[in-house]
Design a protein around this ligand. Structure first.
Ligand code: SIN
Length: 303
């Protein structure tokens, strides 16, 4: 019997498998497909202070081995999430959830994180400073160590729950950004968000996405994400949540060997809504095959 338990700053998870923000909504639709209480947790849709309609369409483009999205943080706003969605979530998800918080200013991040921190079914906060699809916020906070540290420190002042800063891969040195967040008080690092990309429609001779550029995710980014998780694990002492192109139990194990304590599954949920259930069914068997009795023992073993 393989022990799949992991711990994220005191948040005990039955297993390391977590659907990633933006691919699982607030869990309700997936709860109709299977009992989502089998998951370690899930990260809910990036939520901002004001409700957001998102970017104009088209905002999805297919690519080989992945996809581009420019959703633009469509969400009902933090008030609705705290007043309606989180209380309702308790009916179908009995575990602490991960609150993914986006923003357009320091004040907005602080306001939303403070709200999420007060919700009793939020286990930890994923501070999303890496959304590539919005202007004047999102990724712009995550592309320099100084601004990443500033927002981390501001949020840490008002929150009691662990803050995991979700980083952008669209930087020269992601380990430097992670270290700056750790020095500013972050409890953990989550990485990677999507890679900035684009497609052009050959007949119309214009970008496919209405927003021109979008975030690339899916199988193709796995080696890049793995390398970045590996680099960040070496740079910091705080726990790391790894994500980017994960779609199998083997990928989860590989991410953990690179240094992830828990692993998020993103784009794969959009291709196969049962992928996390399938990964969970396979994980103990794959671990046993590899001689792993306790999954937490493999965190960072590749170093
Ligand atoms: C989006 O809503 O545009 C994607 C969210 C993200 O990349 O953080």
């Amino acid at each position: 019997m393989v022990n799949t338990k992991v711990s994220l700053c005191g948040l005990e998870l039955e297993n390391p498998v977590i659907p990633a923000s933006g691919t699982f909504g607030y869990g309700e639709e997936f709860a109709e497909l299977y009992d989502i209480n089998i998951l370690g947790s899930f990260s809910f849709k990036g939520t901002t202070k004001e409700p957001r309609f998102g970017n104009p369409t088209p905002r999805i483009a297919e690519c080989s081995a992945g996809m581009l999205n420019s959703v633009g943080l469509q969400n009902p706003g933090i008030e609705a999430v705290c007043a309606d969605i989180l209380p309702k979530m308790k009916r179908y998800f009995k575990k602490p959830v991960i609150a993914n918080i986006g923003g357009f200013s320091l004040e907005e991040y602080v306001y939303c994180c403070q709200k999420a921190d007060q919700a009793d079914n939020v286990g930890l906060i994923e501070l999303n400073i890496s959304c590539p699809n919005v202007h004047g916020g999102g990724m712009s906070f995550g592309t320099s160590p100084a601004s990443a540290a500033e927002v981390t420190a501001a949020v840490k002042k008002v929150c009691k729950k662990p803050i995991f800063v979700k980083l952008s891969p669209n930087v020269a040195d992601i380990a430097a950004v992670a270290k700056a967040c750790e020095d500013a008080g972050a409890d953990g690092i989550a990485l990677i968000n999507t890679l900035l990309g684009m497609r052009i429609d050959l007949r119309r001779r214009t970008p496919v996405l209405a927003n021109k550029k979008g975030g690339f995710s899916g199988d193709a980014i796995f080696p890049v994400a793995l390398r970045m998780v590996y680099d960040v694990y070496e740079a910091v002492k705080i726990p790391v949540i790894g994500m980017g192109g994960v779609s199998s139990a083997e990928d989860v194990i590989e991410m953990m060997m690179a240094g992830a304590t828990a692993v998020e599954i993103g784009a794969a949920n959009l291709v196969n809504p049962f992928v996390c259930k399938e990964i969970l069914a396979e994980l103990p068997e794959k671990a046993a095959e590899l001689g792993i009795a306790k999954i937490a023992d493999i965190i960072g073993v590749a170093h």
